[in-house]
Design a protein around this ligand. Structure first.
Ligand SMILES: Nc1ncnc2c1ncn2[C@@H]1O[C@H](COP(=O)(O)OP(=O)(O)OP(=O)(O)O)[C@@H](O)[C@H]1O
Length: 532
């Protein structure tokens, strides 16, 4: 006889506790990497997004050798968190300040809670937080856990002290079962790549072996912070409209609703949309039927007269900062970067930035070193399933740009900014193939690759010229001697003819070959003679 099905429901906290790999917590090594990541991303969202120059202190410490329990602490100098919000921000899955249309690293309201859930599974120390919002007179301390069944925070301890020094920011400590040896390389890579995309940050990183890395702030120029925007009509769906109506919870006229709540919709456009949807202008939003909402969405998605989505919500790094970082971190012989113009997919604005660094201090490898970023987050895992990798490895023929493809000395960086990055999973490690995005990534890389090609062509020309110079130089003594003997045979004798000829011939060759290389000075000096 078939067994009877048993039905029940679980809380979001329970769901992510049962499926930690969905948020990137699949084993002790990955969990350590992911915890560091979530804390750094929150710290940066609390600083650069709010026009504050980030100073981060990161530490990982082994606190129980036998059980392999580590303490991860990240302290920032950000906006801090209002004390009444702290318990939910850290103890309620799907609670966030980032459910608005504005580019931030965080978007799910899950990251730090996923770390806490994982933490609670294998050891019993609670999460520790101290925070002080901007201009707050007090610093607030919390020790928290999550009640997994209820998806609610459990406050174990809380108190506050006077904030005499005017400090603001947040410090979060999480204890967890981890594997430092296996995550070490990825954690280091993550911190380094964070620094590359945020060169206006100062970062101190202490690892469990006692090594301290200091990343010095390279610039005080902060990218323009993103601004919150309204949804674009191309990005709507039936549930979004229902959600917005429920949130307003007032009998507003549908026409006013469209004009006030969406970007790119003025009075005239609103009238046109409503006419096409066969909905009266004065119909109250609270009285709309499901069928009317469905018709409205259909029209909004297909109407072709909207301005494209606003890019005000985005915050790019800028080509100057990308070039600065690539130069400082890799010490290459050539760098170039570009920020493309805003584009949109499914009503979401996006901008692609790209940079290349070539030669110099970059170690040779069989593949280009690809640095992937989305909303200023470095993406480290799942490289081969990312659209950025696909473009760089399959769609760009590097040979055509003059790059030696047996031994690449090449770093290619791509940054996608969007109010909606199409990540493949909640762990935010790779970007899905969206046609519009793929195309922009390709165009951005082609832009910088063309600059690289120009540089390499010039460089090769210069090398050819040098080769010629060295050959010509060898002939100078012989030619000037023969010529001077020839001239000496004439009636009028020129004093030191040989020296004069050598000097003139040398000048002529350098001028003709347009050589400016300082390294050749030694070589040329050998052939220089005192002028008479
Ligand atoms: N260091 C911090 N400074 C200020 N606010 C913070 C900090 N850390 C967390 N928060 C607040 O806690 C909220 C929840 O953080 P959490 O990491 O769970 O999710 P998120 O960052 O919103 O989204 P995601 O799951 O995509 O990372 C944040 O939205 C933010 O408001």
């Amino acid at each position: 006889m078939p067994q009877e099905e048993k039905y029940s429901s679980i809380s979001p906290a329970e769901f992510f506790k049962r499926n930690p790999e969905l948020a990137g917590f699949s084993n002790p090594a990955r969990a350590l990497y992911q915890t560091v990541r979530e804390l750094i991303e929150n710290a940066l969202d609390a600083t650069d997004v709010h026009n504050l120059l980030p100073s981060l202190k990161i530490s990982i410490e082994l606190v129980d050798q036998q059980k392999q329990i580590y303490k991860v602490n990240v302290e920032d100098n950000g906006i801090g968190i209002p004390p009444h919000v702290v318990p939910n921000a850290f103890g309620k899955v799907l609670y966030s300040s980032k459910y608005v249309l504005r580019q931030t690293r965080g978007m799910y309201g899950l990251g730090v809670k996923a770390a806490v859930l994982y933490s609670q599974m294998y050891q019993d120390k609670p999460l520790e937080i101290y925070t002080s919002p901007l201009n707050s007179k007090r610093i607030y301390f919390f020790r928290l856990k999550i009640d997994v069944t209820k998806n609610e925070p459990v406050i174990m301890e809380r108190y506050s002290i006077s904030n005499d020094k005017g400090w603001h920011g947040t410090s979060v400590s999480i204890y967890l079962l981890a594997d430092w040896q296996r995550s070490k390389a990825k954690v280091y890579e993550y911190v380094k790549r964070t620094y590359i995309i945020a060169p206006y940050s100062e970062i101190v990183f202490r690892d469990p072996e006692g090594n301290v890395l200091y990343f010095q702030r390279l610039t005080t120029k902060l990218p323009k912070p993103p601004e919150e925007v309204k949804p674009h009509p191309y990005g709507v769906d039936i549930e979004l409209i229902k959600f917005m109506i429920a949130k307003i919870d007032k009998p507003l006229d549908i026409r006013d609703f469209l004009v006030k709540e969406f970007q790119s919709v003025g009075d005239v456009t609103a009238d046109k949309i409503l006419e096409l949807s066969k909905i009266s202008k004065n119909k109250k939003i609270t009285n709309l039927t499901d069928e009317e909402i469905s018709r409205l969405v259909e029209v909004m998605k297909t109407f072709d007269d909207f301005r494209p989505p606003s890019a005000e919500a985005l915050s790019v790094i800028g080509s100057d900062l990308i070039e600065l970082s690539l130069q400082k971190v890799f010490n290459p012989e050539f760098v170039s970067a570009i920020t493309r113009r805003p584009k949109a997919y499914q009503g979401h604005p996006f901008i692609v930035e790209a940079g290349v660094a070539y030669g110099g201090g970059i170690p040779a490898a069989t593949e280009p070193l690809v640095l992937r970023y989305a909303n200023k987050i470095p993406l480290i895992y799942d490289e081969k399933s990312d659209v950025i990798w696909k473009v760089i490895s399959e769609e760009i023929d590097w040979k055509r740009y003059g790059v030696e493809t047996d031994q690449y000395q090449l770093v290619v960086m791509v940054h996608l900014c969007s109010t909606k990055v199409p990540y493949k999973s909640a762990g935010k490690e790779s970007i899905a193939d969206v046609e519009e995005i793929e195309k922009e990534i390709k165009l951005a890389i082609m832009d910088v690759a063309r600059n690289l090609k120009k540089y390499l062509t010039e460089k090769r020309k210069e090398q050819e010229a040098k080769k010629k110079l060295i050959t010509y130089l060898k002939y100078i003594p012989e030619v000037s001697r023969s010529l001077s003997m020839f001239v000496a045979g004439s009636k009028e004798k020129i004093p030191d003819t040989d020296k004069v000829l050598r000097s003139r011939l040398l000048d002529l060759i350098i001028r003709r070959l347009e050589i400016e290389d300082k390294n050749l000075e030694e070589e040329i000096k050998k052939y220089k003679v005192e002028e008479v």
